[in-house]
Design a binder for this molecule. Sequence first.
Ligand code: GUN
Length: 279
Amino acid sequence: MNKIIDGKMIAEQIKNEVKEETARLKEQGVRVTLAVVQVGSDPASGVYVKNKKKACEYVGFESLSYELKEDTSQEELLALIRELNEKKEVNGILVQLPLPAHINEDVIIKAILPAKDVDGFHPENVGYLSTGQKGFVSCTPAGVIELLKRSGISISGKECVVIGRSNIVGKPMAALLLREDATVTICHSRTLDLKAVTKRADILVAALGKPKFITKDYVKEGAFVIDVGIHRGADNKLCGDVDFEDVIDHVSAITPVPGGVGPMTIAMLMRNCLESAKK
Ligand code: GUN
């Protein structure tokens, strides 16, 4: 096993699998289409949206792009979602988050048809995940599970600690690890003795959103570390929630930033979209 888990390579494998299957579907006359909606011009969201559209092109999906102005009203956005829900040729609808403050994200997410909710954010899909039924799963945590499996890291029975309790990463991550028969703990900003808990982890997932916060004091020797964070440091370089240089000699394996979890999110989005088209 490589000590540095190559998310870019594994994501490439998954995208190639999706690409092959998309070509087969095309021969049967089935096209796959993802609608990507962005409101406003947040530069980070702009980069993510561009990468998602590029991945669509790579795997052979059609992508419909909606770039709406910052002052778009909630009603206008809801009207677009209703239109996309009804469009037969649209298999997946992705509304890039965060949305401007005047729009209620929960209302928007609930408006997306669960069968087209390739982000896995709709409460119906979240409910399916927590009750062990089939449904779309949030792409980043799904990508983490895929990274672990394809790197030969077994999850069953392991002590897994997730730092962060967001709806997009922390909570679905914990549910997925539990589904894989791990013993799961979720930590967050109010956890009293964070180090004591994280040091128990055989597999540590850092999704707390603080650059280079996790040093080797937080990590058990020989642990597997998954870094979900992405930040631009003062030196203009990308870094994660984990202080990579500090922990590298202390761990069994770790995902780098960039090139770890990030590419997996997009690969899993492509897979969700393909699944939607197959249904
Ligand atoms: N913003 C940050 N991550 C995500 C994601 O996975 N999907 C969407 N729609 N927005 C995001």
